[in-house]
Design a protein around this ligand. Structure first.
Ligand code: SF4
Length: 581
């Protein structure tokens, strides 16, 4: 693949930067709620370079003021469309803690200050774009819009909200990875003589408003309507499961009625091929914050010299927003492309790679070996699927090839690893622990109660204990295991938390990474939290009030002695973990 436009050092953010590139207008304006870091882990930076590579002049406005639309107009009206994203995470998740308290910092803003983007930023930015450029098509995307594409439970308001497409009044909503849908939209609008409904309809990976003339009695799948879910909350669980199937199996258009209107959701866009992934991640990212910033953007430290090896996760955990966004199918970059990126980074001093991974690091190159229909909700739960290929030896070989590069000083895997896959190959596990993990290995048993683990779609306690014993045998001196745990999950009662606390107490082990469950929109777990039923419609206990949730949380965080040497209390960086917990 060859870039059709020269890649700029940064996407233009001002008129002057456009003129430097010789651009008299933009084709596409991207608007986002995070600071601009030109890093492949940041969606708008990635999409901007992708669209530019395909010949569309793309500019970026980051964290615009929202009292008026002035910041959106600095580069003029774009020729084709504006595309809005709240940022790398749902803006409500970025702004509020698990107990709905306002956060005082924001790692995705220069100086780490809170308050640089509005709540529900994608809705607010869409309104600004509409006002700034009347008649211009506006697309809404990113993880916030993607996971709120249909009726969803909003934890922060404790209510069911309508599709972000209808709430924002955008023309089109892009869900999942945006490369293909946005490129198709750009091509169609470029060909069309002005904006038309036809030009934006029928693009895979998008949702559009239901029109009166739409033929809905054909092959389309009707999902429960918004009002029906309000009447009968268990329908949200059913709808979310249907959505999971649609994402995984593709093939069908679905629609949902909502307040006299409706949403048409096309099948997911075809995943990028390995060749396309190599091209995309091989674009010349500077990995720096935009030079106009006077203060550092803290997230850059976390992103560091990290390399993304793949997208998607076959785990199917019921609470994971990232898998709900990227899907279960793993799409990997080639070994050559990853090693070539590492070689470029080896010029940095010190050339210490902070993370080589993805949603789940040891799923690089994981593949489904059957072409048949898949009716499972997870490739690993309740037990690993016989059709799943995920060679741990190949993964180790990739890491070793990077470590052998002449100027690379260190290679670390900070992304989570799946214990069940790691246990398949003890030799690879030993080498991994000895060479690619620092002082701490993060694993995510998430809980130790079988009934709660079932609702999470996570393997049982027995597997975690087996992994612990393997870890003890293979770990180098000074290395510790950091278990990530979740309190107040749907189906989790105080006695489950007490039993988990007791398990740790008996081992003199004080767990430090405990996240009170946050029902992130669009996940099966959030639907269960709202409906207070499991996926079979059976009632489950849910600690719903903040008081009840805090009570569960405290059962694990307080009153435990710490006789086992462990890491100093690390700041909970779960907001930046690649796994969407
Ligand atoms: S058949 Fe097995 S490996 Fe393939 S997608 Fe389904 S669960 Fe995953």
């Amino acid at each position: 693949m060859i870039s059709q436009l020269p890649q700029p050092q940064f996407l233009p953010t001002t008129r002057k930067e456009m003129e430097t590139l010789g651009w008299d207008e933009l084709d596409i304006l991207l608007i986002q709620g995070d600071a601009y870091i030109d890093h492949p882990a940041q969606g708008p930076a990635l999409l901007g370079r992708w669209l530019t590579a395909h010949g569309f002049r793309t500019g970026l406005v980051s964290q615009p003021g929202w009292k008026d639309y002035g910041d959106l107009t600095v580069m003029g009206r774009p020729r084709l469309f504006a595309a809005v994203s709240a940022g790398s995470m749902d803006s409500m998740l970025a702004h509020y803690t698990a107990f709905r308290k306002k956060r005082s910092d924001d790692a995705l803003t220069p100086g780490g200050r809170a308050g640089a983007r509005p709540n529900r930023a994608s809705l607010v930015y869409t309104g600004l774009a509409r006002a700034a450029f009347p008649g211009l098509p506006v697309a809404i995307g990113g993880i916030e819009a993607s996971l709120r594409r249909l009726s969803h439970y909003d934890f922060w308001q404790d209510k069911l909200r309508r599709s972000a497409l209808l709430e924002s009044k955008a023309d089109i909503l892009v869900y999942g990875p945006g490369e293909r849908p946005l490129l198709e939209l750009a091509r169609r609008l470029s060909r069309a003589d002005g904006f038309s409904r036809d030009a934006i309809s029928g693009i895979d990976g998008t949702a559009t408003p239901l029109n009166p003339g739409d033929n809905i009695d054909g092959q389309w799948l009707e999902l429960s309507g918004h009002e029906a879910i309000e009447q009968e909350p268990r329908l949200l669980v059913e709808t979310t499961l249907a959505l999971e199937r649609l994402i995984h199996q593709g093939g069908r258009t679905a629609f949902q009625r909502s307040g006299g209107r409706g949403i048409v959701m096309r099948p997911p866009a075809e995943a990028l091929s390995t060749e396309e992934m190599d091209f995309l991640y091989g674009l010349p990212f500077t990995r720096k914050a935009h030079p106009s910033y006077k203060e550092a953007v803290p997230a850059l430290q976390v992103l560091g010299l990290s390399i993304t090896t793949h997208r998607g996760c076959g785990g199917g955990c019921s609470f994971c927003s990232l898998a709900a966004h990227q899907g279960r199918r793993v799409v990997s970059r080639s070994k050559e492309s990853i090693v070539a990126e590492a070689a470029k980074l080896s010029a940095r001093k010190p050339a210490a790679l902070s993370d080589v991974g993805g949603a789940t690091a040891n799923m690089w190159n994981a593949a489904c070996l059957t072409k048949g229909e898949c009716g499972r909700v997870s490739c690993l739960w309740p037990s690993p699927c016989v059709h799943l290929s995920a060679s741990q030896a190949d993964w180790l070989d990739l890491l070793k090839s990077i470590a052998e590069l002449p100027d690379i000083k260190q290679v670390r895997v900070a992304s989570g690893v799946r214990c069940d896959l790691a246990m398949n190959d003890e030799k690879a596990l030993r080498e991994f622990l000895q060479n690619f993990v620092g002082g701490q290995l993060k694993v995510a048993p998430e809980h130790l109660s079988e009934s709660v683990l079932r609702l999470m779609r996570k393997p049982g306690q027995e597997l975690f204990e087996k992994f612990l014993s393997a870890f003890e045998r293979f770990r180098p001196d000074g290395q510790f295991l950091v278990p990530y745990l979740i309190s107040a999950f749907p189906g989790c009662a105080d006695n489950h938390m007490r039993r988990m606390a007791e398990w740790f107490r008996q081992r003199g082990w004080k767990p430090r990474q405990i996240q009170a469950f946050i029902p992130t929109p669009g996940t099966v777990a959030a639907a269960m939290f709202y409906a207070q039923t499991d996926w079979d419609g059976r009632p489950i206990f849910v600690a719903k009030t903040d008081r009840a949730r805090l009570g569960q949380h405290s059962l694990l965080t307080e009153g435990l002695t710490d006789s086992r040497p462990g890491p100093k209390a690390a700041r909970n960086n779960s907001r930046f973990r690649r796994s969407g917990r």
